[in-house]
Design a binder for this molecule. Structure first.
Ligand code: SF4
Length: 129
């Protein structure tokens, strides 16, 4: 991971780099005008979901949210509080989602944590609760 800037043959510069989730390259001409750019989001192959898996998770999420709204399968308050306190300190908690919503990876569910902890039949994918 990192970034580098190199001169181009025509006096411009090429800025390229990568992060854990993307690769990028920008090319500027000698006047500083952006002449081309490339941006590629990347996810490790073994972390990618198939369309089937993504669809199943989406359906499961909609059903789960419906149950939460209707108060079905709600566990006791102490269970909710315990689960929330565990999720609050978990590294997989990304802005309130377990893993990333659109790229949760195979070992994270991508669920909205506030909803997930309120369903009695839910489990932490990493078996923390
Ligand atoms: S459900 Fe489990 S893995 Fe997901 S944020 Fe909570 S403790 Fe972490």
């Amino acid at each position: 991971m990192g970034m580098s800037t190199q001169p181009t043959d025509d006096g411009g510069r090429r800025v390229s780099g990568n992060t854990s989730w993307c690769e990028y390259e920008y090319i500027h001409d000698a006047s500083g005008k952006l002449v081309s750019w490339r941006f590629t989001a990347r996810t490790p192959k073994d972390e990618q979901l198939t369309w089937d898996e993504a669809a199943q998770r989406l359906i499961r999420g909609v059903l789960g949210l419906t149950q939460v709204v209707l108060g079905i399968h709600r566990p006791p308050e102490y269970v909710i509080a315990t689960r929330e306190s565990i999720c609050d300190t978990c590294d997989e908690n990304v802005h309130g989602f377990c893993g990333q919503l659109l790229k949760p990876g195979k070992d994270k569910c991508g669920c909205l944590i506030k909803a997930k902890v309120r369903l009695a039949n839910e489990q932490c994918p990493l078996e923390k609760w």
